[in-house]
Every structure is written in C-alpha cells, then in structure tokens.
Design a binder for this molecule. Structure first.
Ligand SMILES: [Zn+2]
Length: 179
C-alpha cells in the first residue's frame, strides 16, 4: 500500500457515498450510475480518468520509458500521465514531456490510440489517449518518475516488458503509420 493508508477497499465502479460539495450522505445510484445529493441536488458520477501518452518518434525509432515508481515499477511504458483538471490533452502531453524528459515536443495529428484499462491497486478505470509526437527542442534525459529511456525499433516492440498491452500496440502503430 502507498504511504500511510489503511487497508480500505475501494471499488473502481461503486458510486460515491458522500457529496463532494457539502458532505451529505448520498443515496443509492441510479441505473445510469449517477447519485443525487439530498442536500444540494447535484448529481455525481464515476468516470474514467483521462491520461495521455506520447510515442516520440525519431529516425524510425520510438522513445519508451522504464517506470521508476509504482505501480508497475521497472516495466516499460511511454512518456505521459494523468491530465490535470481542465487541461487539453495536447497541453498535458507537452507538460509531461517537460517533466519526465526535459524536452519540448509537438504532437503529430490525431490520437493514434484510444484504450480503456485498469490502473493501480484499486483498478481505477483510465481512458488512455496516445499521440505520435516529435521532439522540437532538447535532448531527452530521464527525470521525475522515469528510471531510464530507450529508443526502440519496430522489431523490438514485441520483446519489451510493457506494463500495459495497449502501449505496445500504440508504439507499434506509431512506428508503422507509413510516415
Ligand atoms: Zn450536496
């Protein structure tokens, strides 16, 4: 478990039990998943958390990262992370590239990967958006929660220990899009 937490189970799909606005106890969820607060009347929903990932491509190789933190520490993923509230996916990806690699990137086109997966001990639902990207300034150095970076070719994709299989498919797609 992380930090000072106690062993409290939390389902990735159960509705919220208390109103975030006023702390009132919420009733049973409707079939849609929404729960209405008896005090303020607001409806609350559980949603997937949006994340962004970059397949940074240069000279027919893609940059992948080795995770330096849990969950899935030591396994391979791609630069990126959770969006901040109100943040555009492209802005979030540029921010993550600065934080994790110290580089400025540009995003190439529309997302090449959209995937739902479960993350962490609670298995929270994540909506992962993957974009192809290019470095426009700087040379990548691992920082923040990245242990190591590797440039891999299309032939190497199958041999890597990806933490999430959609990242394997995402990186392969970005290396084989005909550009
Ligand atoms: Zn309320």
């Amino acid at each position: 478990m992380m930090g000072n937490s106690k062993e409290v189970p939390f389902s990735p799909t159960d509705s919220f039990r208390f109103c975030p606005a006023d702390g009132a106890r919420l009733g049973e969820a409707r079939a849609s998943g929404g729960t209405t607060c008896p005090e303020c009347g607001r409806s609350w929903y559980r949603n997937s958390a949006p994340t962004v990932g970059a397949a940074i491509v240069r000279d027919a190789k893609a940059l992948v990262t080795v995770r330096g933190i849990e969950p899935e520490k030591g396994r391979v993923d791609v630069p990126g992370g959770f969006l901040e509230v109100g943040e555009h996916p492209v802005d979030g990806l540029k921010r993550e590239a600065r934080e994790e690699l110290g580089v400025e990137i540009e995003v190439v086109g529309d997302p090449v990967s959209l995937a739902i997966h479960n993350y962490g001990e609670d298995g929270i639902y994540v909506l992962a958006m993957g974009f192809k990207a290019r470095i426009v300034d700087g040379e990548p150095e691992p920082a923040d929660d990245v242990a190591e970076i590797r440039w891999i070719s299309s032939e190497e994709v199958d041999d890597l220990d990806f933490a999430w299989k959609h990242d394997r498919e995402f990186v392969w797609a970005a290396l084989n899009d005909g550009e």
